[in-house]
Design a protein around this ligand. Structure first.
Ligand code: ATP
Length: 355
């Protein structure tokens, strides 16, 4: 049973359609990310769930109640925005109490709830401060407490971390996820940062040009991208041209057989593109490895725990991450190497779309 149901939602501004046929069923307590490049419609979809925009078509149902045409304040939704939207002339405590005051909750209940919320975000000691006296990360935690104080049914987060510096962003996303789990609140998080989406979500909705490209767990999205767009947008990928003939899961790359985990779609002799993640390619043959591609190292980029090799092969250039070892330097440009990979670590992209 889903808790939040978005069905057939589209949105046009004038003649410009920015969300098309969006369908999503979110379970109670689930953490969903909308991920996609700038302008793909993620914020517009989120704003329709919040009630700040009206869908041109489709329905939005929360906990069995059709809210499609209900105003934002009747939806019991909490929202946090990218820019700190705290009231500058109110203390932290008053900011957190705001939604409860609007809802007409008695003063004693408000005070109790504010203390509870500030305890949750570990900022009780800052209750009497004003927003200008807080760091960016603290302001976003207060914004989160303010959104959660009235016990919303759904929490909507619109790029809440994008204005913060890298270190705070990582620690705050962990904190948001822990808090979301503790409260069990159904959450939608908008981001254009794939690492953020992969790290924080139960499921990711990857969007492009107003459509859902793929919806799945971080593991599925990263390891089994269904379209070229998803494969290219999430993580680093290199592509090699191969040829398939007939049914089966073996293809050839420059005349050498390569075995995949699954049969390749289509029939007859046809070109296929193989896609590799840099961490799937190993220099060491290891046990049970049957697939090998020979190539010449063009460049070796030191990334810290790994060294990323650029290897020219007959089918295309491959990126391969090899572990950095203080004892053994990585292969140097000009060296010939053999890259190995397991059948399950390569996937075939065919034609226009499906992998
Ligand atoms: P970003 O990450 O840059 O915020 P996004 O994926 O959230 O991008 P949206 O903000 O949803 O994208 O915008 C999608 C498209 O809809 C854009 O082309 C934008 O210009 C357009 N758009 C959004 N709001 C309006 C509006 N009120 N009137 C007209 N066009 C709009």
């Amino acid at each position: 049973m889903s808790f939040l149901d978005i069905s057939g939602v589209s949105k046009s501004f004038g003649g410009n359609t920015v969300v098309r046929g969006f369908d999503l069923a979110v379970r109670r307590g689930e953490f969903i990310s909308f991920l996609g490049p700038s302008g793909c419609g993620k914020t517009t979809m989120l704003r329709m769930v919040a009630g700040f925009e009206q869908p041109s078509a489709g329905r939005i149902v929360i906990d069995g109640e059709d809210v499609t045409h209900r105003p934002p304040n009747a939806r019991r939704i909490g929202m946090v925005f990218q820019a700190y939207a705290l009231f500058p002339n109110m203390s932290v405590g008053d900011n957190v109490a705001f939604g409860l005051k609007v809802a007409g909750r008695p003063a004693a209940e408000r005070a109790k709830r504010v203390d509870e919320m500030l305890g949750l975000i570990k900022l009780a000691h800052l209750k009497d401060r004003y927003p200008y006296q807080l760091s960016g990360g603290q302001q976003q935690r207060v914004a989160l407490a303010r959104a959660l104080a009235p016990s919303p049914r759904v929490l909507l987060l619109d790029e809440p971390l994008s204005a913060l510096d890298a270190k705070i962003r990582v620690s705050l996303r962990t904190e948001i996820r822990a808090l979301q789990r503790e409260l069990g609140i159904t959450t939608i998080f908008v981001t254009h940062d794939q690492e953020e989406a992969l790290s924080i979500s139960d499921r990711i909705v990857v969007m492009s040009e107003g459509r859902i490209e793929q919806c799945g767990t971080p593991h599925e999205i990263y390891n089994r991208p269904r379209t070229r767009f998803v494969a290219g947008f999430v993580g680093t990928l290199s592509l090699v041209e191969a040829e398939a003939e007939g049914a089966g899961s073996t293809v050839t790359v420059a005349g050498q057989p390569v075995t995949l985990a699954e049969p390749v779609a289509g029939s007859g002799r046809r070109p296929v593109t193989l896609a590799f993640r840099p961490e799937a390619l190993k220099l060491d043959a290891g046990e049970g490895r049957i697939n090998a591609i020979r190539g010449t190292v063009e460049a070796a980029e030191f990334l810290g725990s790994v060294v990323r090799l650029r290897v020219a092969t007959p089918g295309g250039t491959l990126l391969a991450d090899v572990f950095n070892s203080p004892a053994a330097p990585p292969p140097a440009p000009g060296e010939t190497v053999v890259l190995h990979f397991a059948p399950g670590d390569v996937f075939a992209l065919d034609g226009e779309g499906a992998a």
